[in-house]
Design a protein. Structure first.
Ligand SMILES: C[S@@+](CC[C@H](N)C(=O)[O-])C[C@H]1O[C@@H](n2cnc3c(N)ncnc32)[C@H](O)[C@@H]1O
Length: 356
Protein backbone atom coordinates (compact mmCIF):
# COMPACT_ATOMS: atom_id res chain seq x y z
CA UNK A 1 0.00 0.00 0.00
CA UNK A 2 1.38 3.46 -0.91
CA UNK A 3 1.57 6.37 1.53
CA UNK A 4 -1.08 8.19 -0.47
CA UNK A 5 -3.53 5.28 -0.09
CA UNK A 6 -3.02 4.99 3.66
CA UNK A 7 -3.39 8.75 4.23
CA UNK A 8 -6.43 9.19 1.97
CA UNK A 9 -9.23 10.61 4.13
CA UNK A 10 -12.51 9.27 2.71
CA UNK A 11 -14.62 11.44 4.96
CA UNK A 12 -12.79 14.52 3.72
CA UNK A 13 -13.28 13.44 0.11
CA UNK A 14 -17.03 12.91 0.69
CA UNK A 15 -17.33 16.32 2.35
CA UNK A 16 -15.50 17.95 -0.55
CA UNK A 17 -17.73 16.23 -3.11
CA UNK A 18 -20.72 17.76 -1.40
CA UNK A 19 -19.01 21.16 -1.25
CA UNK A 20 -18.00 21.07 -4.93
CA UNK A 21 -21.56 20.19 -5.97
CA UNK A 22 -22.79 23.02 -3.76
CA UNK A 23 -20.44 25.41 -5.56
CA UNK A 24 -21.77 24.26 -8.93
CA UNK A 25 -25.38 24.79 -7.86
CA UNK A 26 -24.69 28.10 -6.12
CA UNK A 27 -22.71 29.39 -9.11
CA UNK A 28 -25.74 28.66 -11.27
CA UNK A 29 -28.06 30.29 -8.74
CA UNK A 30 -25.93 33.44 -8.65
CA UNK A 31 -26.82 33.93 -12.34
CA UNK A 32 -30.52 33.36 -11.61
CA UNK A 33 -30.36 35.89 -8.77
CA UNK A 34 -28.67 38.45 -10.99
CA UNK A 35 -31.44 37.95 -13.54
CA UNK A 36 -34.01 38.31 -10.75
CA UNK A 37 -32.53 41.74 -10.00
CA UNK A 38 -32.24 42.91 -13.61
CA UNK A 39 -35.75 41.82 -14.57
CA UNK A 40 -37.26 43.28 -11.39
CA UNK A 41 -38.73 39.84 -10.46
CA UNK A 42 -37.53 39.98 -6.85
CA UNK A 43 -39.00 43.47 -6.43
CA UNK A 44 -42.35 42.45 -7.89
CA UNK A 45 -42.54 39.37 -5.59
CA UNK A 46 -41.56 41.41 -2.51
CA UNK A 47 -44.32 41.29 0.13
CA UNK A 48 -46.77 39.48 -2.19
CA UNK A 49 -48.96 36.49 -1.32
CA UNK A 50 -48.08 33.13 -2.91
CA UNK A 51 -48.80 33.27 -6.64
CA UNK A 52 -48.57 31.06 -9.72
CA UNK A 53 -45.86 31.56 -12.31
CA UNK A 54 -48.52 33.03 -14.63
CA UNK A 55 -49.55 35.62 -12.01
CA UNK A 56 -45.92 36.49 -11.22
CA UNK A 57 -45.13 36.82 -14.93
CA UNK A 58 -48.14 39.12 -15.45
CA UNK A 59 -47.23 41.27 -12.42
CA UNK A 60 -43.67 41.62 -13.73
CA UNK A 61 -44.60 42.06 -17.39
CA UNK A 62 -42.42 39.09 -18.37
CA UNK A 63 -42.70 35.89 -20.40
CA UNK A 64 -44.36 33.13 -18.33
CA UNK A 65 -42.27 30.23 -19.64
CA UNK A 66 -39.00 31.92 -18.61
CA UNK A 67 -40.41 33.03 -15.28
CA UNK A 68 -41.58 29.47 -14.50
CA UNK A 69 -38.15 27.99 -15.24
CA UNK A 70 -36.47 30.71 -13.16
CA UNK A 71 -38.87 30.09 -10.26
CA UNK A 72 -38.16 26.35 -10.48
CA UNK A 73 -34.42 26.95 -10.15
CA UNK A 74 -34.97 29.26 -7.17
CA UNK A 75 -37.44 26.86 -5.51
CA UNK A 76 -34.95 23.99 -5.80
CA UNK A 77 -32.22 26.29 -4.48
CA UNK A 78 -34.26 27.25 -1.39
CA UNK A 79 -34.55 30.90 -2.38
CA UNK A 80 -38.32 31.01 -2.95
CA UNK A 81 -40.96 28.77 -1.33
CA UNK A 82 -43.04 26.44 -3.50
CA UNK A 83 -46.45 24.96 -2.65
CA UNK A 84 -47.12 22.01 -5.00
CA UNK A 85 -50.79 21.78 -3.91
CA UNK A 86 -51.64 24.92 -5.90
CA UNK A 87 -48.36 25.45 -7.80
CA UNK A 88 -47.65 28.78 -6.14
CA UNK A 89 -44.35 30.49 -5.35
CA UNK A 90 -43.56 33.02 -2.65
CA UNK A 91 -40.51 35.11 -1.74
CA UNK A 92 -40.16 34.77 2.07
CA UNK A 93 -39.81 38.04 3.93
CA UNK A 94 -36.67 36.65 5.58
CA UNK A 95 -35.06 36.53 2.10
CA UNK A 96 -36.49 39.63 0.45
CA UNK A 97 -34.46 41.92 2.75
CA UNK A 98 -31.33 40.74 0.91
CA UNK A 99 -32.67 40.49 -2.64
CA UNK A 100 -34.70 43.60 -3.44
CA UNK A 101 -34.01 47.24 -4.24
CA UNK A 102 -35.82 48.06 -1.00
CA UNK A 103 -32.89 46.40 0.82
CA UNK A 104 -30.54 49.24 -0.26
CA UNK A 105 -26.92 48.51 0.69
CA UNK A 106 -27.89 45.00 1.87
CA UNK A 107 -29.16 43.96 -1.58
CA UNK A 108 -26.83 41.08 -2.50
CA UNK A 109 -28.21 40.78 -6.04
CA UNK A 110 -26.19 43.89 -7.00
CA UNK A 111 -22.73 42.32 -6.37
CA UNK A 112 -24.18 39.04 -7.69
CA UNK A 113 -24.10 40.65 -11.16
CA UNK A 114 -20.32 40.69 -10.98
CA UNK A 115 -20.22 36.92 -11.52
CA UNK A 116 -21.64 37.20 -15.04
CA UNK A 117 -19.54 40.31 -15.74
CA UNK A 118 -16.37 38.40 -14.85
CA UNK A 119 -17.46 35.30 -16.76
CA UNK A 120 -17.41 37.39 -19.96
CA UNK A 121 -13.59 37.59 -19.79
CA UNK A 122 -12.90 34.02 -18.71
CA UNK A 123 -11.38 32.86 -22.02
CA UNK A 124 -9.23 35.98 -22.37
CA UNK A 125 -8.03 35.53 -18.83
CA UNK A 126 -6.95 31.97 -19.51
CA UNK A 127 -4.65 33.40 -22.18
CA UNK A 128 -3.00 35.88 -19.77
CA UNK A 129 -2.53 33.08 -17.23
CA UNK A 130 -0.29 31.52 -19.89
CA UNK A 131 1.37 34.62 -21.26
CA UNK A 132 1.26 37.17 -18.44
CA UNK A 133 0.05 40.74 -18.94
CA UNK A 134 -3.53 41.70 -18.28
CA UNK A 135 -6.96 42.61 -19.61
CA UNK A 136 -7.60 46.31 -20.10
CA UNK A 137 -10.79 48.18 -19.13
CA UNK A 138 -12.07 47.86 -22.74
CA UNK A 139 -12.63 44.16 -22.03
CA UNK A 140 -15.20 45.14 -19.39
CA UNK A 141 -17.79 47.25 -21.23
CA UNK A 142 -20.37 46.83 -18.43
CA UNK A 143 -17.91 47.75 -15.68
CA UNK A 144 -18.66 51.48 -15.18
CA UNK A 145 -22.43 50.92 -15.08
CA UNK A 146 -22.17 48.08 -12.56
CA UNK A 147 -19.59 49.90 -10.42
CA UNK A 148 -21.85 52.92 -10.37
CA UNK A 149 -24.84 50.82 -9.23
CA UNK A 150 -22.72 49.18 -6.51
CA UNK A 151 -21.30 52.48 -5.27
CA UNK A 152 -24.65 54.23 -5.36
CA UNK A 153 -25.90 52.10 -2.47
CA UNK A 154 -23.05 53.07 -0.16
CA UNK A 155 -22.72 56.70 -1.32
CA UNK A 156 -26.42 57.48 -0.90
CA UNK A 157 -26.53 55.67 2.46
CA UNK A 158 -23.28 56.77 4.03
CA UNK A 159 -21.42 59.60 2.33
CA UNK A 160 -23.03 62.68 3.86
CA UNK A 161 -24.24 61.08 7.11
CA UNK A 162 -21.32 58.84 7.99
CA UNK A 163 -18.20 59.74 5.96
CA UNK A 164 -18.28 63.53 6.36
CA UNK A 165 -18.64 63.30 10.20
CA UNK A 166 -15.76 60.79 10.21
CA UNK A 167 -13.59 63.43 8.52
CA UNK A 168 -14.88 66.09 10.90
CA UNK A 169 -15.23 68.44 7.94
CA UNK A 170 -18.92 69.44 8.01
CA UNK A 171 -18.08 73.03 8.97
CA UNK A 172 -15.31 73.41 6.38
CA UNK A 173 -17.47 71.92 3.61
CA UNK A 174 -20.34 74.18 4.58
CA UNK A 175 -18.10 77.27 4.53
CA UNK A 176 -16.54 76.31 1.18
CA UNK A 177 -13.41 74.31 0.30
CA UNK A 178 -11.84 72.64 -2.78
CA UNK A 179 -12.38 68.89 -3.05
CA UNK A 180 -11.09 66.34 -5.57
CA UNK A 181 -12.25 62.75 -6.06
CA UNK A 182 -9.56 60.77 -7.89
CA UNK A 183 -10.70 57.68 -9.83
CA UNK A 184 -14.24 59.02 -9.48
CA UNK A 185 -15.84 56.53 -11.90
CA UNK A 186 -19.35 57.77 -12.68
CA UNK A 187 -18.89 60.66 -10.27
CA UNK A 188 -21.72 60.15 -7.80
CA UNK A 189 -19.65 60.99 -4.70
CA UNK A 190 -18.83 64.51 -5.97
CA UNK A 191 -22.39 64.99 -7.19
CA UNK A 192 -23.96 64.13 -3.80
CA UNK A 193 -21.44 66.22 -1.85
CA UNK A 194 -21.80 69.07 -4.35
CA UNK A 195 -25.55 69.16 -3.77
CA UNK A 196 -25.18 69.00 0.00
CA UNK A 197 -22.40 71.63 0.20
CA UNK A 198 -23.09 74.32 -2.46
CA UNK A 199 -20.30 76.62 -1.17
CA UNK A 200 -17.61 74.01 -1.82
CA UNK A 201 -16.13 73.17 -5.23
CA UNK A 202 -15.73 69.57 -6.41
CA UNK A 203 -13.67 68.07 -9.24
CA UNK A 204 -13.78 64.38 -10.19
CA UNK A 205 -10.88 62.82 -12.14
CA UNK A 206 -10.98 59.48 -13.95
CA UNK A 207 -9.35 58.01 -17.03
CA UNK A 208 -12.64 56.48 -18.16
CA UNK A 209 -14.40 58.64 -20.77
CA UNK A 210 -17.58 56.59 -20.17
CA UNK A 211 -17.48 57.41 -16.47
CA UNK A 212 -16.70 61.11 -16.98
CA UNK A 213 -19.37 61.52 -19.67
CA UNK A 214 -21.98 59.96 -17.41
CA UNK A 215 -20.81 62.05 -14.44
CA UNK A 216 -20.84 65.34 -16.40
CA UNK A 217 -24.40 64.70 -17.64
CA UNK A 218 -25.60 63.85 -14.13
CA UNK A 219 -24.10 67.01 -12.58
CA UNK A 220 -25.00 69.37 -15.45
CA UNK A 221 -27.29 71.34 -13.10
CA UNK A 222 -24.59 71.94 -10.46
CA UNK A 223 -22.20 74.91 -10.92
CA UNK A 224 -19.83 73.71 -8.21
CA UNK A 225 -19.15 70.20 -9.60
CA UNK A 226 -17.05 69.30 -12.64
CA UNK A 227 -15.25 66.27 -14.02
CA UNK A 228 -12.10 65.73 -16.06
CA UNK A 229 -10.67 62.76 -17.94
CA UNK A 230 -7.18 62.33 -16.48
CA UNK A 231 -4.60 59.73 -15.56
CA UNK A 232 -4.39 59.72 -11.77
CA UNK A 233 -0.69 58.96 -11.99
CA UNK A 234 -0.02 62.24 -13.82
CA UNK A 235 -2.35 64.80 -12.26
CA UNK A 236 0.09 67.70 -11.75
CA UNK A 237 -2.34 69.67 -9.56
CA UNK A 238 -0.06 71.52 -7.18
CA UNK A 239 -1.58 72.39 -3.73
CA UNK A 240 -5.05 73.12 -5.10
CA UNK A 241 -7.27 71.07 -2.79
CA UNK A 242 -8.29 70.93 0.89
CA UNK A 243 -9.75 67.42 0.67
CA UNK A 244 -8.91 64.59 -1.73
CA UNK A 245 -10.83 61.31 -1.77
CA UNK A 246 -10.29 57.99 -3.53
CA UNK A 247 -13.00 55.33 -3.30
CA UNK A 248 -11.65 51.88 -4.23
CA UNK A 249 -9.45 53.58 -6.78
CA UNK A 250 -5.84 52.99 -5.72
CA UNK A 251 -5.35 49.20 -5.72
CA UNK A 252 -6.36 48.73 -9.38
CA UNK A 253 -4.18 51.56 -10.71
CA UNK A 254 -1.19 50.77 -12.88
CA UNK A 255 1.04 53.21 -10.96
CA UNK A 256 -0.45 53.57 -7.47
CA UNK A 257 2.71 55.10 -5.98
CA UNK A 258 2.70 57.90 -8.59
CA UNK A 259 -1.02 58.46 -7.97
CA UNK A 260 -0.47 58.74 -4.19
CA UNK A 261 2.51 61.09 -4.66
CA UNK A 262 0.30 63.22 -6.95
CA UNK A 263 -2.48 63.27 -4.36
CA UNK A 264 -0.03 64.37 -1.66
CA UNK A 265 1.20 67.15 -3.98
CA UNK A 266 -2.28 68.38 -4.88
CA UNK A 267 -3.29 68.86 -1.22
CA UNK A 268 -2.74 72.17 0.52
CA UNK A 269 -0.85 71.98 3.81
CA UNK A 270 -3.35 70.89 6.48
CA UNK A 271 -5.51 69.25 3.80
CA UNK A 272 -7.07 65.82 4.33
CA UNK A 273 -6.79 62.67 2.26
CA UNK A 274 -9.50 60.00 2.55
CA UNK A 275 -8.39 56.75 0.94
CA UNK A 276 -11.09 54.07 0.88
CA UNK A 277 -9.77 50.60 0.08
CA UNK A 278 -11.06 47.02 0.52
CA UNK A 279 -10.92 45.76 4.10
CA UNK A 280 -8.25 43.08 3.99
CA UNK A 281 -4.92 42.06 5.43
CA UNK A 282 -1.77 41.89 3.29
CA UNK A 283 -1.25 38.41 4.80
CA UNK A 284 -3.28 35.66 3.10
CA UNK A 285 -3.90 33.57 6.21
CA UNK A 286 -5.39 36.58 8.00
CA UNK A 287 -8.06 36.85 5.28
CA UNK A 288 -9.05 33.18 5.33
CA UNK A 289 -11.77 33.57 7.94
CA UNK A 290 -13.34 36.51 6.07
CA UNK A 291 -16.58 35.13 4.56
CA UNK A 292 -16.13 37.39 1.50
CA UNK A 293 -12.48 36.45 0.87
CA UNK A 294 -13.03 33.95 -2.01
CA UNK A 295 -15.19 36.56 -3.76
CA UNK A 296 -12.57 39.27 -3.13
CA UNK A 297 -9.67 37.23 -4.55
CA UNK A 298 -11.81 36.21 -7.55
CA UNK A 299 -12.71 39.82 -8.35
CA UNK A 300 -9.04 40.61 -7.96
CA UNK A 301 -7.84 37.90 -10.35
CA UNK A 302 -10.49 38.63 -12.94
CA UNK A 303 -10.65 42.43 -12.73
CA UNK A 304 -8.69 44.61 -10.27
CA UNK A 305 -5.31 42.88 -10.61
CA UNK A 306 -5.58 42.19 -14.32
CA UNK A 307 -6.56 45.76 -15.30
CA UNK A 308 -3.49 47.05 -13.50
CA UNK A 309 -1.22 44.45 -15.15
CA UNK A 310 -2.74 45.31 -18.55
CA UNK A 311 -1.03 48.73 -18.37
CA UNK A 312 2.27 47.25 -17.17
CA UNK A 313 1.25 48.12 -13.61
CA UNK A 314 1.96 46.86 -10.09
CA UNK A 315 -1.04 44.46 -10.00
CA UNK A 316 -1.55 45.02 -6.27
CA UNK A 317 -4.84 43.12 -6.23
CA UNK A 318 -8.03 43.79 -4.29
CA UNK A 319 -6.62 42.27 -1.09
CA UNK A 320 -3.40 44.29 -1.00
CA UNK A 321 -4.34 44.91 2.60
CA UNK A 322 -4.04 47.56 5.25
CA UNK A 323 -0.35 46.88 6.01
CA UNK A 324 0.81 47.51 2.43
CA UNK A 325 -1.64 50.39 1.98
CA UNK A 326 -0.20 52.07 5.08
CA UNK A 327 3.33 51.59 3.70
CA UNK A 328 2.33 53.17 0.37
CA UNK A 329 0.61 56.12 2.07
CA UNK A 330 3.63 56.67 4.33
CA UNK A 331 6.00 56.55 1.36
CA UNK A 332 3.89 59.20 -0.37
CA UNK A 333 4.43 61.53 2.62
CA UNK A 334 1.30 60.95 4.72
CA UNK A 335 1.70 60.69 8.50
CA UNK A 336 -0.62 59.91 11.43
CA UNK A 337 -2.76 57.65 9.29
CA UNK A 338 -5.88 56.44 11.08
CA UNK A 339 -8.01 53.58 9.82
CA UNK A 340 -11.75 53.88 10.34
CA UNK A 341 -14.93 52.28 9.02
CA UNK A 342 -18.58 53.16 8.48
CA UNK A 343 -21.76 51.21 9.20
CA UNK A 344 -23.06 51.15 5.62
CA UNK A 345 -19.82 49.97 4.04
CA UNK A 346 -18.47 47.02 6.02
CA UNK A 347 -16.19 45.87 3.18
CA UNK A 348 -13.85 48.87 3.16
CA UNK A 349 -11.20 50.50 5.34
CA UNK A 350 -11.25 54.31 5.52
CA UNK A 351 -7.65 55.59 5.75
CA UNK A 352 -7.61 59.23 6.86
CA UNK A 353 -4.53 61.42 6.97
CA UNK A 354 -3.76 65.12 7.06
CA UNK A 355 -0.91 66.64 5.06
CA UNK A 356 1.53 68.24 7.52
C1 LIG B 1 -13.20 50.37 -8.68
S1 LIG B 1 -13.51 51.78 -9.64
C2 LIG B 1 -14.11 52.92 -8.44
C3 LIG B 1 -14.90 54.06 -9.03
C4 LIG B 1 -15.53 55.03 -8.03
N1 LIG B 1 -14.55 55.65 -7.18
C5 LIG B 1 -16.59 54.34 -7.21
O1 LIG B 1 -16.35 54.07 -6.03
O2 LIG B 1 -17.66 54.06 -7.76
C6 LIG B 1 -11.89 52.36 -9.97
C7 LIG B 1 -11.86 53.56 -10.87
O3 LIG B 1 -10.50 53.97 -11.03
C8 LIG B 1 -10.34 54.40 -12.37
N2 LIG B 1 -8.92 54.33 -12.70
C9 LIG B 1 -8.11 53.26 -12.76
N3 LIG B 1 -6.87 53.60 -13.10
C10 LIG B 1 -6.87 54.95 -13.27
C11 LIG B 1 -5.88 55.91 -13.64
N4 LIG B 1 -4.64 55.56 -13.88
N5 LIG B 1 -6.26 57.20 -13.71
C12 LIG B 1 -7.53 57.58 -13.45
N6 LIG B 1 -8.51 56.72 -13.11
C13 LIG B 1 -8.19 55.42 -13.01
C14 LIG B 1 -11.21 53.46 -13.18
O4 LIG B 1 -11.54 53.98 -14.45
C15 LIG B 1 -12.42 53.30 -12.27
O5 LIG B 1 -13.41 54.25 -12.56
Amino acid sequence: MTDTETSFDKERARAFTSRALGILNDGALSLMMSIGHKTGLFDSMDGQDPATSAEIATNSGLDERYVREWLSALACGGIVDYDPSNETFCLPQEHSGLLTRRAGPLNLTVPMQQISLLAEVEDDLVEVFKEGGGLSYEKFPRFQALMSESSERRFRGGLVNQVVPLLDMTEALTAGIDVADVGCGSGLASYLLGKEFPNSRFVGFDMSTDGITHASEMAADLDNVSYEVADAAALNQSERFDLVTTFDAIHDQARPKDALAGIFAMLRSGGTYLCVEPKASSVLEENMSDPMAPFMYTISTMHCMTVSLAYGGDGLGTAWGHQLATEYLTEAGFTDIRIEGIRDDRGNNYFISTKP
